[in-house]
Write a protein that binds this ligand. Structure first.
Ligand SMILES: CC(=O)SCCNC(=O)CCNC(=O)[C@H](O)C(C)(C)COP(=O)(O)OP(=O)(O)OC[C@H]1O[C@@H](n2cnc3c(N)ncnc32)[C@H](O)[C@@H]1OP(=O)(O)O
Ligand SMILES: O=CC(=O)O
Ligand SMILES: [Mg+2]
Length: 538
């Protein structure tokens, strides 16, 4: 533990951590926290107010007070050279091996993730920053304990777009005046402090993905953080480029306003489909049967409310000269099982083709083997053009009712769906608690966002007296907290039988069960599963 000018570092020691946690970098982060912490608290308070309003009315609408922004004539800043072609973006945590693999993947952009795919252990947070700087310096290499060598082989590496944590999380490993620092400001501050100038010198820039925002005031806060940070380090205004994830239902009603707030720093919007589904469930959890979603794996991007959301996103972006970036198809290829591999390739190809045809300028993949699949889908539509921002989608008309038309989603709630939510929820939380924030489970990518859907839909089914429409032993049963506890017992037993007693004992299954039951069953809905889970790391 070290204490300097009101900044206390509590985290365990991390190899080369002193390169990241320099007195000047800590002072920069502390200044951000002191300056913007109260506004962060204010935006979080507003989230609570808005949610109370949704609970009261069961509705949401476009904001009357910002109509002039939606109707006005404005565009976002021009794209820097290395962000003009974003047709394939690979995402992943900043762990060293994956960093090198992502940089060698052939993607145009690497989303270096400290949000959905990352457990914020102190090691992950700080080692991730070490890896990022090494990556930018092109001096990153690794020899694994098994003797496998990793180094940069790609001549052209992807532009790095760093995703800091969202506004909701704090990091107890670093206290500013005795208060845990905002995770968002810590991640942003360290990355910007160490790398903004380095990136500029290499013909790139400090680029960010902004996660889990719920409205334009949160975008204004980020924009003010960028402006201040640029000024503080004497970096030209507008150097930062931010892509805002539209991954909450409230933000979907403020896409124009979010881009407008960020316009001098904006690069585009991304359709973060998994958190979006979570947000729909969370916000309308007590709005009755019309908002109850069927089994998680049966909700697809062709559901009318998802189609409305993505069409509106493309229309909004292209009207404002901004990039529209697609989301993550969950299917993960397998280098061991050709059948699983072929299915993943086909499913991802279908998803990326749909996005390219709808007007997106590029999209995400979760695995290096999917880079060519996404590239092919976008090459077919873009050809030699770097993007299709000039393709206006003025034909799209999306109303509030379209965005909220959850009831038209086909599918059922089944025993298989319930068991899958419980089994995947437990496995994912267990993995997260061990510091691994993204996992392939049953050949699907699971991260915080997908796990949030699993637990929140269980919560919602219980509150809405849902009965299981199909299944073996449980068909016709009403989903209750007791039933879910029984399923938790059975699924944990299944996992124990599969991995063996020894591995089960060595895992974090008891903690995983406690966290899962808290976030799926507690009377009072827990806002984010990572809040109780963070109490159990380091
Ligand atoms: C909702 C959202 O926010 S989506 C964005 C956040 N989520 C993510 O970023 C998930 C990213 N993807 C991943 O983390 C991984 O692909 C997983 C965990 C799903 C699967 O990983 P694995 O089980 O290691 O897959 P697999 O064994 O097939 O990997 C093969 C190789 O590709 C590498 N690899 C897999 N995914 C990635 C990735 N996203 N970035 C870099 N390298 C990767 C592996 O490290 C492995 O390398 P190696 O052969 O040198 O050992
Ligand atoms: O961050 C992306 C999502 O789908 O959630
Ligand atoms: Mg997300």
């Amino acid at each position: 533990m070290s204490d300097h000018n009101g900044v206390t570092v509590h985290g365990p020691s991390v190899d080369r951590g002193e390169e990241v946690l320099t007195p000047a970098a800590l002072a920069f982060v502390a200044d951000l926290h002191r300056r913007f912490g109260p506004r962060r608290a204010e935006v979080l308070r507003r989230r609570g107010e808005r949610r109370a309003e949704i609970a009261r009315t069961g509705r949401l609408d476009f904001l009357p007070e910002t109509a002039a922004v939606r109707e006005g004539d404005w565009t976002v800043a021009e794209a820097p050279a290395d962000l003009r072609d974003r047709r394939v973006e690979i995402t992943g945590p900043t762990e060293r091996k994956m960093t090198i693999n992502a940089l060698n993947s052939g993607a145009r952009v690497w989303l270096a993730d400290h949000e959905d795919a990352n457990t914020p252990t102190w090691h992950n947070v700080i080692a991730g920053q070490v890896n990022l700087t090494d990556a930018i310096e092109r001096r990153i290499s690794l020899t694994t304990p098994e003797g496998k060598e990793y180094r940069l082989t790609a001549e052209r590496t992807p532009a790095i777009v760093f995703r800091p944590r969202g506004w909701h999380l704090v990091d107890r490993h670093l206290l500013v005046d005795g208060e845990p620092v905002s995770g968002a400001l810590l991640d942003f501050g360290l990355y910007f402090f160490h790398n903004a100038r380095r990136l500029l010198e290499r013909g790139s820039g400090p680029y960010f993905y902004l996660p889990k925002m719920e409205g334009h005031r949160e975008a204004r806060l980020w924009n003010d953080v960028f402006t201040h940070a640029e000024r503080a380090l004497d970096i030209p205004h507008g150097t930062v480029r931010a892509t805002a994830l539209i991954e909450t239902i409230t933000a979907a009603f403020e896409m124009e306003e979010i881009l407008h707030e960020l316009r001098e720093h904006a690069s585009g919007l991304n359709a973060g489909r998994w958190d979006y589904l979570f947000s729909v469930i969370k916000n309308f959890r007590d709005a009755g049967a019309d908002f109850v979603l069927p089994d998680r794996n049966s909700v697809t991007m062709t559901a009318p409310f998802m189609r409305a959301y993505t069409d509106l996103l493309v229309r909004t972006c292209h009207r404002r000269g901004a990039f529209a970036i697609g989301g993550m198809a969950a299917f993960i290829p397998s280098r061991r099982d050709p059948e699983v591999n072929a299915r993943a390739m086909a499913k991802v190809a279908e998803d990326k083709q749909r996005e390219a045809v709808a007007g997106f300028d590029g999209s995400w993949v979760a695995h290096p083997d999917l880079v060519p699949v996404c590239a092919e889908a976008f090459d077919a539509v873009l050809g030699e053009r770097p993007n299709q921002v000039d393709r206006r989608r003025d034909d799209v008309v999306v109303t509030a009712a379209d965005l909220l038309d959850v009831a038209a989603t086909p599918g059922e709630v089944t025993e298989e769906g319930l068991r899958s939510d419980v089994n995947v929820g437990l496995r994912y939380v267990e993995s997260w608690l061990r510091g691994i924030g993204a996992a392939a489970l049953f050949n699907l990518m699971e991260d915080v966002a997908t796990a949030e859907i699993a637990r929140s839909q269980v919560w919602q089914w219980i509150r809405n007296d849902v009965r299981l429409a199909a299944g073996d032993s449980l068909v016709g049963e009403r989903v209750t907290a007791d039933l879910v506890r029984r399923v938790v017992d059975e699924e944990l037993e299944r996992i124990r039988a599969e991995i063996g007693d020894e591995a089960f004992r060595a895992g974090r299954w008891r903690d995983a069960r406690e966290v899962f039951e808290e976030v799926a069953l507690a009377e009072e809905f827990v806002e984010f599963l990572t809040l109780p889970a963070c109490e159990r790391i380091d």
